[in-house]
Write a protein that binds this ligand. Sequence first.
Ligand code: AMP
Length: 399
Amino acid sequence: MVRSVRDLDIEGKKVFIRCDFNVPLDEFLNITDDRRIISAIPTIKYCLDNNCAVILASHLRRPGGVYNEKYSMKTVKKRLSRLLVPEIEMANDVVGPDAVEKAKNLKCGEVLLLENLRFDKGETKNDIVFAKKLANLADYYINDAFGVCHRAHASVEAITGFFDEEHSAAGFLLQKEIEFSRNLLKAPARPFVAVVGGSKVSGKLQALRNLLPRIDKLIIGGGMAFTFLKALDIDVGNSLLEEDLIPEAHHVLAEAKRLGVKLYLPVDVVAAQACSQESTLKFVTTQEIPPGWMGLDVGPATSRLFREALNDAQTILWNGPMGVFEIEKFSRGSVKMSHTIAEAHATTVIGGGDTADVVARAGDTDEMTFISTGGGASLELIEGKELPGVKPLYSKEIE
Ligand code: AMP
C-alpha cells in the first residue's frame, strides 16, 4: 500500500507538495484546461485544514533548465488563487535566495508557490544536490503529481531520499490513481479491450507490447495506426509514419496473433492533403489513400467496426485520440469513439490529457468510470510497471 498523507503527523508543520500543474496554455498564455489544478486542491486543502505551511512546486512545459517568462508559474498562481482561500505567495526562483527566504518565513495556514521546477537543470537530471535544496525547504514531502511519477526527476524521485517513512507520502490524487489501476489489473472483467491512438508510436509501442498479455482485444487508431498498416504492406500516402518502427509493429502483430488477441486497425480514413480546417476531404478506404494525401481521422466504416469490436467489452482502456481531434473536421472519429465507450456497459478508463480533452468535448466526462490525469504514467501503471515516483512511497512492511 502506498502511504497516504493521512498517515502523517503534519499538524502545524511545513509541507512540500509536488503537484502537477503542467496545464495546457493557448498562444496568449491562458490556461485552456485547469483539471490538473483542480485535482490538486483536496490535498492542499487537507494540509491547510491541518494548519500546515504549504509549499507547492510543479513544472510547466519544457523550459530546458533556464528561466523563461512564458513558462512562469505566475499563470498557475492566478488560477490557483481563485480556488484557494489563503493568498498565495510566489517565489521568483526555485531554490534560490527568494524561495529559501520565503519558505523560511512561511507561517501555518499560508501557501507558497515556487517557480517552475524545470527552470533548474537539476530537475530532469534527478540531481541530488537540487533535490536536497528542495527538501530543505520543508519538514514533510507529499507527492501528488501523478502525471510525472513515471519520470525519475529530482522533485519526484531523488527528493524522497531526504524524507523517511514518517515524513513522506502520496497525496489524495496520486493515491486514487494508483489504487484504481491496481484494482483494474487485479481481475479485470473480460473481454478487456484496449483502444490506443494518438501520434506517439514510439512512446506507445512498448506499452502495447506489455498490454498484449493482459487484454483480449486491441484497437489501434490515430496516427500510430499507419505504421501498422504499412507493416501490412498498405500504402499510406503521406500519413504519419515511423518507418524505423515497422519491425516493432510486425512484432506486435505477431504477438497478438500468438496470444489470441484480436487486433483491429482502421479500414477507412478521412484524408486530406494538408492538416487544416480549410483542406478538402476525401473519405477513402485505407487501401486507397491517394499519393500525397494523408489520413487524419478514422472514417465512418472504421467507427462502426470499432463499435462492433467494443460491443461485448466489460473493461475498456482508452489512451490516445483517433484523429487530429483539435481540428473540427478531423474530430468525428474521436468523438464517436468517446460516445461508444461512454455508452458501453463496461468499466471505462481514460488515460492521457488529449483523450480526456476529447471526452470533455464530446460531453461524456460524467459517463466514464475513471479519467486519469496522467497519460504516460497511467499507461505504465496499467502495464504493471513500478513508477520511480511511487516506489519510495510504499510502506516497507507490506512490500
Ligand atoms: P499522443 O500525444 O501520442 O497521444 O498524440 C496525440 C496527438 O495525436 C493529437 O494531438 C492528435 O492531433 C494526433 N493525431 C491523432 N491522429 C493523427 C493522425 N492521423 N495524423 C496525425 N496526428 C494525429
